[in-house]
Design a protein around this ligand. Sequence first.
Ligand code: CP3
Length: 353
Amino acid sequence: MTDAPQRLLLAALRRERIPRPPVWLMRQAGRYLPEYQKVRKAAGGFLAMAQNPELAAEVTLQPIRRFGMDGAILFSDILLPLQAMGMPLRFDDGVGPVLEEPLTSPERIAALRPLEPSESLGYVGETLGILARELPESCTLLGFCGAPFTLASYAVEGGTSKGHATLRGFMGQDPRAFSALLDTFADAVGRHLAYQIESGAQAVVLFDTWAGTLGRNDYLRFAMPATERVLSHVRGKAPIINFVLNGGHVLEDIVGLGTEAVAVDWRVSLPDCLARWGDTTAFQGNLDPACLLGTPEDVAARTAELLRAVGGRPGHIFGLGHGVMKQTSPDAVAALVRTVQEHRVVSGSAARV
Ligand code: CP3
């Protein structure tokens, strides 16, 4: 069976030869867009917006309408499954996420509810249903979850943390209980991804924002087996993009997990990744989001430079090494997307039209 030929993102995930790389950006929906700010204000906040299927679908579609990316990522958050498991969650302006009852005792961990996505995250299924109907055919619908280690970091710290002292203390003092917590999250995430795929997601992204803070031994001991457990729920159901921020030192291990794509940040060389492992996995990335703080001309030049460096190798999904920053001008995002979309790969090498 073949997809509509214009579904470039799915084709890139299969490492097919295609006229140009597909492009989508982490946090492509968000505060840098005035139309997002408007919906957020009317909804009365981020959570109210993310949990209302019509509004969540609307903000997912905003960047697609404005820029025409090849992938649309569900508007939601990696922390909503924690709320669905019984952890009170709020987002405070200027602070970020706050989990008021962090998992700092065995009793709190024992009180976590198993995740039943169709019951407690039904709004996600509804949002995906709307998007599956409304997206242009050329655009791939992406679902996502946080990876177990990253979820554990928020659940144990109670929010974003610099040093992760509580998390690392737990990991060092009671490694068995910590691994058990990761397994609990792995099963929740696995079920949630499977639910998103059943609801219309055509590929899924796993965000491991904090696993790159671990040394290799701890990555192999804690984060990676939990990710592997997530994959066991989802493999064969839809292609998976695994993103580990700051994961350069464990890249070979990440590639070894066998996901269809690995997303890398700007600290590694994307052409080197493709040269080394491009026959087994696709790669997504990897412009520095700070590039988008330059003029549209700068952005176009940096984008063209990366395209040239990749040289038209199959299996490249154009993206950023992390999310779009809220200070970004929409004109910069437009310049990036336009430069990728005007690019043409010529018989294995690259040229600008
Ligand atoms: O466009 C998209 O990428 C889709 C939606 C999306 C959001 N969060 C919306 C959001 C996705 C895929 C995420 C993932 C997410 N959430 C991650 C993994 C990726 C990464 O950024 O590393 C993490 C760690 C979170 C947790 C989270 N959510 C934090 C730390 C914050 C506060 C910091 C910040 O950037 O504001 C959020 C809030 C959040 N999630 C916003 C958005 C658009 C901002 C909310 C607002 O309008 O105030």
